[in-house]
Design a binder for this molecule. Sequence first.
Ligand SMILES: Nc1nc2c(ncn2[C@@H]2O[C@H](COP(=O)(O)OP(=O)(O)O)[C@@H](O)[C@H]2O)c(=O)[nH]1
Ligand SMILES: [Mg+2]
Length: 269
Amino acid sequence: MNIQWYPGHMEKARRTAEQNLKLVDVVIELLDARAPLSSHNPVLDKIASKKPRLVVFNKADLADEKLTSYWLKKFSQDSPALAVDSKSRKGLPYIPGVVEKMARVRTGRPVKCMVLGIPNVGKSLFINALAKRKVARTGNKPGVTRGQQWIKVGKKVQLLDTPGILWPKFEDPEVGFRLAVIAAIKEEIYSVEDIVFGLIEWLNKYSPCVWEKRYGLYSSDTPVEIMEQVGRKRGFFLAGGKVDLNRAAVHILKEFREGKLGFFTLDDS
Ligand SMILES: Nc1nc2c(ncn2[C@@H]2O[C@H](COP(=O)(O)OP(=O)(O)O)[C@@H](O)[C@H]2O)c(=O)[nH]1
Ligand SMILES: [Mg+2]
């Protein structure tokens, strides 16, 4: 599986982000708690190396708690790092205080922060949840935020929402796979069946009991057999009576992303 996605609008977004960096005191890098290593954009280390950086693991509600603690410890060796769930606002109240301290602005003007992260990591929801109103547009498809806008969080902090940015080449194919699983890559770029094939193999290795727990399957089988059994259980049939494997794959991926199979972190220690 070799997934690559770096369309022109992303290169443009990277250039804009690089220019706007001059205006900000702190960079808030939003990572996906389910893949904190794979969702880190190496380009940031080049364009934002001089700015204080706060690392925020978003979607912590969907990740493996133990691995979240493990990765937070690792990341906090380089910069402050914390985990949040923007949906329930868990962890968010700490953010303004942390960025104020990091910025050390003495003139009383608001601290300016830029929120950067891969597509669909939750930048817009994170900002809306912090601002406690719907100012940034959100969506469950990568590529919803196109322009840039400053948003006030209380009197002391201002945030800049940005479009998601990936990087020109995923050196490790596993990174492309993990980013596809967490929905950071546009669907048209990959085959859902291929991704789910890999996901089933991964789950068979790390948590083989999910199939029994969620779908009542009692034997551990090959990915195609599992897709087929899930399709049968859910009644996904093609004309002629064969199981609709594509529909089964789409269903499994959707349920995994919603946390219905459990809470997992794809980047292991
Ligand atoms: N479960 C969960 N879902 C989240 C969280 N943050 C964002 N989302 C969802 O992730 C999707 C993408 O969010 P959005 O803010 O548009 O991402 P952006 O592309 O980075 O701006 C939306 O469906 C959000 O509801 C979170 O902390 N937990
Ligand atoms: Mg957005």
